[in-house]
Structure formats: structure tokens, C-alpha cells
Design a protein around this ligand. Structure first.
Ligand SMILES: Nc1ncnc2c1ncn2[C@@H]1O[C@H](COP(=O)(O)OP(=O)(O)OP(=O)(O)O)[C@@H](O)[C@H]1O
Ligand SMILES: [Mg+2]
Length: 347
């Protein structure tokens, strides 16, 4: 081989060596970059893992809270159902003695009338009586007794009527729910609920009594779970009373008297004759669009702690929509009032 050829080969080898060197350099820098990216990715992954762990902890905490809440609800439900049947039993037991009194009042009135008549006869037959009898007539104020006795009896009768009304309403309201739907008079349900809420509707130091206006259309019996429907009426009426009380803030007794707190209850048969509608309307504070979006949510409340739990409407919604295949709608204008409309199929 010629010297020249060798020189050429060396040159080429040197060139190849340089290229190789450069490649080595580049791959070294690539390696460093790769390591850097890996480190970053590892860091990110670790952060994600940490966050996930935190989430997991939070979820576990929440699920624990929910478990406790569920247990409390179950205890409450159990207590309510025990209380419900106890109330129904007590109401039933009250009816018996009240029945004795009411039953005896009619003959008692008859006996009294007879005795008074007998006294009249005596007085007519023996107008001149002894000193002692005349003194006794004066002492017991016979004239007054004669006038007052019938009034006394009729107020006793009114009292027993009222007790048996309350006891019937308690029984209607607290009737334990059956496995299957039964026929129920919706108006009886609403009336018994109103009677139970009477103490909240009556006048107090702050405001006159809440006016309750009822427009009842003639309705057929409705196939439903009566105890649950009564619970819905109770929740909606209690909300209406709260909304009215809230609207009274800053007003005097007289201001409220001029523009009275009012609840209107209206029932009707729908046009297709297959459903009944029950409207419960108040002229309280009204509901903002924002609250309307959330108010059927479980545990959503705008009321202070201890006053509202945020269960009323979510329970009402469940009972009407899921259990009775009906609808529960709301119309409301802020500061004017709200209207809740229940519609349920008759059967
Ligand atoms: N008639 C109404 N007028 C104004 N606001 C209402 C009315 N009914 C419901 N709301 C609003 O909807 C919210 C949710 O009502 P919901 O009955 O579910 O719970 P609550 O009344 O706050 O508490 P709870 O009924 O469990 O004691 C109420 O806090 C209130 O803000
Ligand atoms: Mg409520």
C-alpha cells in the first residue's frame, strides 16, 4: 500500500473518531436530560400519590361520618315509629273515658231539666214555704243556678268534643304505615296535621294568629301511604310557618295585623281526573333562585343550627316522587311568598 493511502485512511479514522465522540457527547447530554425528566416525573408521581392518600383519608372520614349519621337516622326512625304507635295507642285510650263523660252528659242534662221542673212545680203548688227553704234558695242563688246549669253542661259537651277531635286527629296523623298502599281521605290528613301544628299557628306576643284558608274540592279516596303523606304535609306546613315567622322580623304586631300571615291550602282533582293536587301557599319570605336550586338536597338548610336540619324537603321529595310516583313543584317570588304543589295519582 502506498503511503498516501495510509494517510487517507488515518484521516478517515480520525474523522470517524470525531463523529463518534460527538455522538457520545450528545448521548451523554440526552442521558442527563432523561434523568432530569425522570426525577421530575417521580416527584410528580409522589405528589399525586400523597394527594390520593389524603383523599382516601378524607373519604374514609366522610364515610365514617355518614355511617354514624345513618345509625342516628335509623335510631331516630325507630324512635319515631315507636312514638307514633304509642301516640296512636294513647289517643285511642283517651277516647274511652271521654266517651263515658260525653255519653253521660246527655242523660245528666235530662235529669237536671227534670229536677228543675220539679222545683218549679213545688214552688207553684206551695208558694208559701218555710223560712229555712227560702233562706236556702237565696243562699244557693237558685235563679243563677237555673240559668247557668245548661250553659255549664254545653261547655262540658264542647270540651269533650274537642278532646275527641284532638284524639282522632292524633290517631289519623300517627297511623303506622302499612306495607301496601291503602285508601285515605287526603283532607283528613291535612286537617289532622293542622291540628297538631295548632300551637305554632296560634297568636303569640310577636304576631297575631296565622290565617289558614282552606279551599277543598270534593276528592275521591287516594291510594297511598297515609303516615308518609301526613309527614309531607307536616314538613311543608312547618316550612311555611318558618317562612312567615322570618318575614315578621322587624315588624310590629300591628304591622302584621294589617298584612296578616297567611297559609292557603287548596286541593283539586287534575284535569285528567287521575291525580289529586294539593297546593300549600304562604306569604312569607319567598325563596331565591339560588336556594330553589339546592333546597331539595339532603341536609341543605338556610336556618340556624338547632332550628333546621335540611331534611324536610328531601324527605318530602322522596315520599312524593319515589314512593307515590307523583311530582313536587315550587313557585316562589322573593319577599312575596312560596307555593308548593304536590300531585299524586289517585291509584
Ligand atoms: N315555604 C318556604 N319559604 C321560604 N323558604 C323555604 C320554604 N320551604 C323551604 N324553604 C327553604 O328551603 C330550605 C330547605 O328546607 P327543608 O325543609 O329541607 O329544611 P329546613 O326547613 O331548613 O330544616 P328541617 O325541615 O329539616 O327542619 C330551608 O332552609 C329554606 O331556606
Ligand atoms: Mg323544613
Amino acid at each position: 500500500m502506498e503511503i498516501l493511502d495510509y494517510q487517507q485512511e488515518i484521516k478517515e479514522l480520525k474523522k470517524a473518531n470525531r463523529i463518534l465522540h460527538k455522538k457520545l457527547e450528545r448521548s451523554e447530554s440526552d442521558r442527563i436530560k432523561l434523568e432530569e425528566t425522570n426525577r421530575k416525573k417521580e416527584c410528580l408521581l409522589r405528589r399525586v400519590i400523597d394527594e390520593l392518600k389524603e383523599y382516601q383519608n378524607k373519604l374514609e372520614e366522610r364515610s365514617h361520618e355518614l355511617e354514624i349519621m345513618l345509625l342516628n337516622l335509623q335510631i331516630m326512625e325507630n324512635k319515631m315509629s315507636t312514638l307514633g304507635s304509642m301516640v296512636a295507642d294513647v289517643a285511642h285510650e283517651i277516647n274511652n273515658p271521654v266517651g263515658f263523660i260525653a255519653g253521660n252528659l246527655t242523660p245528666a242534662k235530662e235529669y237536671i231539666d227534670n229536677l228543675l221542673h220539679l222545683i218549679d212545680l213545688y214552688q207553684q203548688t206551695y208558694p208559701k214555704t218555710s223560712q229555712q227553704i227560702q233562706e236556702t234558695i237565696k243562699m244557693i242563688d237558685l235563679e243563677y243556678v237555673r240559668e247557668d246549669l245548661p250553659k255549664l253542661i254545653s261547655s262540658m259537651k264542647e270540651g269533650t268534643d274537642r278532646i275527641s277531635n284532638i284524639s282522632n286527629s292524633l290517631r289519623t296523623f300517627s297511623r303506622a304505615d302499612t306495607e301496601q298502599k291503602i285508601l285515605f281521605n287526603i283532607h283528613e290528613g291535612i286537617n289532622s296535621t293542622l291540628l297538631i301544628l295548632k300551637h305554632r299557628l296560634q297568636a303569640n306576643k310577636i304576631r297575631p294568629a296565622i290565617q289558614v284558608v282552606q279551599y277543598y274540592e270534593e276528592l275521591p279516596l287516594v291510594e297511598c301511604f297515609p303516615g308518609q303523606l301526613n309527614q309531607v304535609f307536616m314538613n311543608l306546613l312547618a316550612n311555611a310557618i318558618d317562612a312567615l315567622d322570618e318575614s315578621n322580623a322587624g315588624l310590629s304586631f300591628n304591622d302584621i295585623k294589617l298584612n296578616p300571615n297567611q297559609i292557603t291550602i287548596q286541593t283539586a282533582l287534575t284535569e285528567d281526573k287521575n291525580h289529586v293536587s294539593i297546593r300549600i301557599q304562604d306569604n312569607g319570605v319567598g325563596i331565591s333562585a339560588d336556594v330553589q336550586q339546592k333546597m331539595f338536597d339532603h341536609l341543605f338548610t338556610t336556618k340556624p343550627v338547632g332550628k333546621g336540619t335540611g331534611l324536610g324537603l328531601s324527605i318530602a321529595y322522596q315520599i312524593i316522587v319515589q314512593k307515590h310516583k307523583g311530582t313536587l313543584e315550587v313557585n316562589s317570588v322573593l319577599e312575596k311568598g312560596s307555593e308548593f304543589i304536590i300531585t299524586i295519582p289517585i291509584s
